[in-house]
Design a protein around this ligand. Sequence first.
Ligand code: F6R
Length: 605
Amino acid sequence: MCGIIGFIGQNAQKTILNGLELLEYRGYDSAGLAMRTQKMKNTEIFKCKGRVRDLRNIVPEEDNASGCGIGHTRWATHGGVCDQNAHPHKSGKVTLVHNGIIENYADLTEEYELEDVLVSETDTEVVAALLDKYYDGDPQKTIWHVAKKLRGTYALVIMFEDIPDRIFAIRNVSPIVVTTKDDNAILASDPAALYQFSKSYFVLPEESILCMEQGTIRMTDQAGNLIEPEYQTVDWEVESVGKKGYPFFMEKEIMEQPEAIKRILEHYIKNDEISFAEEKIPDEVLYSFDHICIVACGTALHAGMIGQTLLKRWANMRVDVEMASEFMYSDTRVDEHTLFIAVSQSGETIDTMGALKKAKECGATCLAILNVRGSSISREADYVLYTDAGPEIAVASTKAYTTQLLIFYLFALKAATLKGLMGKEEFKEALGELKKLPNAMTKILEMKNEIHLLSKEVVTAPDLFMIGRGLDYLVLLEGALKLKEISYIHTEAYAAGELKHGTIALITEGTPVIAAVTQKPLLAKSLSNVKEIKARGANVVLLTRSGLTKEIEGGYHVIELPDLSDAFMPFLEIEALQLYAYFVSSDKGLDVDKPRNLAKVVTVE
Ligand code: F6R
């Protein structure tokens, strides 16, 4: 989860601080850096609770000195949020930063009697103490020796006091990416921090140690053999990492959705056919499996739930959807007859990765729907479909969701045609609806002032309910997650028909409810559920589409979405809900992009 960086070269302090700011979305409860320049006799450490901007206040005035340094933005796992638990940690000659979890830190502390040298409550400091205990002037040998004792996940970036011009790194599961330019060498937990130098980078392989010196890098395996880096290039624009004038990344990313959808449509639809040929996905993968198992977390899981509906509806497939964290320990059977689909924006979520590894062990064919190229999950999956939505920096996922949805639509439509379950006309109509998406989604963005006005009513509300049926319900699950994670309003999405089996007891005079009513066959039933809560005093906003408004009586606040056919409405509904959540959060004066307790990349179980 945490952001880590290591740098050797010109303007070291400035580069590390700027890089940490780009990585801050990975964790932002504390920040720190360790520096060594020619002027310094020892490694100097600055760290504090809070953001990188707080760290900037305690580091000495920036100079242009070249040097060597490591930095960290923390998402606390072991030990509370305080200056002492912030990284880097120093023990004797060793200074390090860490991303991941050392599961056996307590056993190591006891076995190697480290209690007396530890000053923090972190698992990380135990590694620093162990390295120092064994350090004999040979960094690689010491690192291998200690790494063998560690259980858990880690990306460790290490400096040794007596080797002031080198940085070492090793990892297990948690990512480290590396690049060089001229006299500079840089590593980080995420390519976002490298774009300032290069669009090409490599992923540090597991089972290897990286040694960075000014402008050069060297990787070796345990036997000391050199390992050649495998460079890859990202095609994201460097500017796409910035806010482009928006106050928050989330707004910028919401606004980018029509363009991202257009890009995917252009990529996958050629001559009015859906093609995954460039991704080298054989047709059999789309139709020959008895069983599909979709696994993901959070927003990606919500996209998977809609994928499940489409695959059942259009391609008559047997589809399970499971939370990755539950799948790991569940009895869901996957085998060689299963197509396992992992969905992940970051491609680094540890639960999703663990689930995919389990599915592979059971013989399933694994497809991943990912945004970040070269991510850990991309390296494990048999096939990958990329959403290529560009960097998503705001913690609350927006464009990743709609682009994941689109991949499922394309996949289900293609599967349906290959299975002979969808006729030419129906397929043509569906493609027509997909092609309307960029314009229709732009129209929602143009409604932002109207949505903002409506959202003002709930800024002080403690609770909010969202109700809907079918696809409406599934998209509300995502809408509710958006609102709760960035506005801290307790929000629950309910299947409208289920409400009266208990939850309706919570509806009282003035309770805010967003009711999504866009699915024609469910209209009458959904509207009667809306009337039931209205009769109990709920303050209802109806999210509906222009083709249905005639059939709805007055007395509601209405967000009227453009008319697409039923199956395609989720794209429009979610944009409206994202904007709604965004405005509530920003009107509350919250840090929209960095909600409390969260981090963008979840690399702990
Ligand atoms: C919510 C959100 C999270 C992520 C989840 C999975 O806005 O972003 O729920 O969707 O942590 O992350 P990825 O997609 O990176 O696997």
